[in-house]
Ligand binder design. Structure first.
Ligand SMILES: Nc1ncnc2c1ncn2[C@@H]1O[C@H](COP(=O)(O)OP(=O)(O)OP(=O)(O)O)[C@@H](O)[C@H]1O
Ligand SMILES: [Mg+2]
Length: 505
């Protein structure tokens, strides 16, 4: 396990996760040992079997030697007999004492030793005697070679019975021991495999923990940056809204008086004109110069548009204050449509026509939504992020009739509200979609996007409100972001926590 963890730090990143099972197997398995056990077993079985074959061969050559009259042929047979018997002797010594050349370990078991040195077989003695008999036969002159020669009789008898039986006992004992060793190796392998599986699982769990910690850290870092940004923007917006609010209130509050006063003054002007104006040429000249008829018609319209303008400024100030509620820590039941409208108002300027594209159309398809308990400022921030992204996407297509559709609904069992923000922009490729909610992932140029908008939105919707944020898109088909918020956030959050704890446990 220590070795595996050291490997992890050497790899330096989490890609080693995929290699982990292989690394673990390589570290846990002693392949050399397994291979050498197999090779030794094979050598021992092979050579003990060969002893049996060599003894038979020596006997056969002895019979051929005594039955051939040709001295040349006899010489060849003698050489072959000696070669067979030399090999038999070398193998015999190797099996008992070990021989690196033949890959024989020596150190025979007690059972094997008893075959070699004890009754009933005394195999060591039998083999040495047999070897000496064959060597002696190979030295006998041609004239003395007969079938009844005692060496020949001894060799043939041993090869047919006593020696053969002892060698067969030896081979079967070696075979038995090899099978046992093989079984042991297999058990050892199975045990190693189990250990390696457990080590892999532990290392994988550890790596996953690390990966999660890293992700959490990046999210927290992103959230800190965004919270910092939001809170300073929020404070600034709140400050500006407050400063504008007072003078706007004066204007808005006094406009109706101004309008009444103007009406009164106009009435007075009419009277003056009626009783004095006609007889005084300078007054007539002034009336002409200022085009009094037009002025009288236009003034109420001017006042009216001032009223509309002031009303609008007041609305914007209200929206700004509403928007800057992000620093409020308590959940409150809010009308989400107000939040969306407020956000659209702030983004109004960005929707207007530009030299390279017409005005972006906003289609609202609002359903009948109840108040939703949420962190209003944060949810407004989500609307802001999604709508800004939609505008950014539409900006990318020159001369395109951009359209953003906002649909709100309550789901059939009245447990959630669903807000869909769709655009008919360029859409998102699958590889970008896979990274959409990663902190700092952006396709926008440096200075334009930080890549935090969607990851923060995800955190706000999913973690803070127990909701769902998902995206459906395809290149050329536009993009739809869907926010689902539970109507009872607190209950949904406790279910979410319980599920997370169950998964961890
Ligand atoms: N409506 C959309 N259409 C096409 N691509 C989108 C859309 N919304 C998001 N994206 C893609 O997702 C990426 C990540 O969006 P995200 O809001 O997280 O970051 P950003 O907009 O790039 O930067 P930031 O929001 O921090 O200013 C964007 O860079 C863009 O490639
Ligand atoms: Mg964004």
């Amino acid at each position: 396990m220590q070795k595996i963890l050291r490997c992890a730090s050497i790899f330096g990143n989490l890609c080693y996760l995929k290699l982990l099972p292989i690394i673990t197997l390589a570290l846990c398995f002693d392949l050399d040992k397994i291979i050498s056990v197999r090779e030794i077993n094979a050598a021992v079985i092979n050579i003990s079997g060969r002893q049996r074959m060599l003894s038979q061969r020596a006997a056969l050559l002895a019979l051929r030697l005594v039955s051939t009259p040709d001295e040349g042929e006899q010489e060849k047979l003698r050489q072959k007999m000696l070669a067979a018997i030399d090999l038999m002797e070398k193998s015999h010594n190797g099996l008992i004492h070990g021989d690196p050349e033949l890959r024989l370990p020596g150190q025979p078991s007690e059972e094997i030793q008893s075959i070699y040195f004890e009754a009933p077989f005394y195999l060591d003695q039998q083999i040495r005697h047999y070897i000496s008999q064959v060597r002696a036969l190979a030295q006998i002159p041609s004239l003395e070679l007969t079938l009844n020669h005692p060496h020949v009789t001894t060799i043939v008898k041993a090869s047919e019975k006593d020696l053969l039986e002892a060698l067969e006992a030896l081979v079967s004992q070696y075979q038995k021991e090899s099978d046992e060793a093989q079984l042991e190796v297999e058990l050892y392998q199975a045990q190693l495999y189990q250990e390696s599986c457990a080590a892999t699982a532990a290392a994988q769990a550890h790596a996953q923990q690390l990966e999660k910690a890293l992700l959490d850290l990046r999210r927290t870092q992103a959230q800190l940056i965004e919270t910092e940004k939001l809170s300073s923007i929020g404070q600034m917006v709140a400050g500006v809204a407050h400063e504008i609010n007072n003078p706007v209130s004066f204007i808005y509050g006094n406009l109706c008086y101004a309008s009444d006063y103007v009406q009164d003054l106009l009435a007075l002007l009419n009277l003056y004109q009626e009783y004095y104006g006609k007889h005084h040429p300078p007054v007539q000249a002034k009336i002409k110069a200022i085009d009094l008829d037009f002025l009288l018609k236009d003034l109420p319209k001017v006042l009216e548009s001032m009223q509309v303008g002031a009303d609008r400024v007041r609305q914007i100030v209200l929206s700004l204050r509403n928007f800057s509620r992000s620093d409020r820590l308590l959940m409150e039941a809010v009308n989400l449509h107000e939040g969306i409208d407020g956000t659209l108002l702030i983004l109004q300027n960005r929707l207007k026509a530009r030299y390279h594209r017409p005005t972006i159309e906003v289609v609202k398809d609002y359903g009948d939504l109840p108040s939703v308990e949420c962190y209003a400022g944060q949810i407004n921030q989500v609307f802001m992020n999604l709508l800004s992204n939609a505008i950014d996407a539409l900006e990318e297509v020159p001369n395109h009739l951009g359209r953003i559709t906002i649909q709100t609904r309550v789901n059939p069992d009245h447990s959630r509200v669903i807000i869909r923000i769709c655009d008919n922009g360029p859409g998102i490729t699958p590889d970008v979609q896979a990274q959409l909610f990663d902190p700092f992932f952006t396709t926008k140029p440096i200075g334009k996007g930080t890549g935090l908008g969607l990851s923060i939105s995800y955190q706000i919707v999913v973690e803070k409100h127990g909701g769902i944020l998902k995206c459906e898109s395809a290149p050329g088909k536009g993009t739809e972001f869907c926010i689902e918020l539970p109507l009872q956030v607190s209950r949904s959050l406790s279910t979410l926590k319980a599920t997370a704890m169950a998964l961890q446990g």
